[in-house]
Design a protein around this ligand. Sequence first.
Ligand code: R5P
Length: 287
Amino acid sequence: MHVTAAPRRADLARELADELDATFTAYEVSSFPDGEFKIRVPDGLDDRTVLLGDLRPNERILETLIAADAVRQAGAEERILAVPYLAFARQDRAFEPGEGVSARAINQALGTAGEALCTVDVHAKRVLDAFPHEAVDVKAIPELAGALDGRDVDLVLAPDEGAKQQAAGVADHLEVPFDYLQKTRVSSTEVSMEPTEKAVDGSTVAIVDDIISTGGTMATATEHLLEAGAERVIVAATHGVFASGADKRLDDAGVEAIIVTDAIRSERSAVSCASALARGVRRLLPG
Ligand code: R5P
């Protein structure tokens, strides 16, 4: 089996290939003067090939679709898309009449690019129903727990009900208690929360979520915890989108440390999601 990816994702792709006992081959990306680009897979690929799909920033979606075509030309009939961050998954229904459902559109597009799909901590599992072939999602629980281990965490908190499973899993790994907050979204950047009833006085709390986007969720939860007497707050998420202003927001709220995986590549992404992806790809393999 081969794993292929853009050269900028070579570290993650190589690790994934090692986990799967596969061979890594980088595809080549070259640009035209008008800003368009072409993709070439330099060597033949195995019939079953994993394509590491990058969907952020937006132009990478196009790159992934063109790469999938190149992967097919290079000999892969069964293309497994390993997409650690499924972008556009949060609009999973039309909130207002006339809106397109981006989660459906992205899944349909990916359905033309691969015969199977693996994601990590997708916003909601149900969005994968729109992918026309087999799709699995895996939780980066051991990865986030590993990064929090040794940081003297006393309590793991989910900032909303949607993050309960992931935060509870991390708490289990760390063998510490778990709680969650009731979040209400006020706007795309503002949320409100009910304070936790768990005693947090003097404790180190890790808030665990699937994604940090504007930072509003993590910042609001942090403020509540510090007001309630928590001594240190660490935030951990699988996906670090960091929309403009998120860093300052988290800083102003008093967050001590931010942990995110390399599902989205950035200078912050210290935790590898290769093992999580490998768990998902293995589930897609026959037998
Ligand atoms: C919401 O359902 C998600 O799990 C995250 O809590 C949310 O998307 C984070 O977004 P932001 O950082 O903008 O609050």
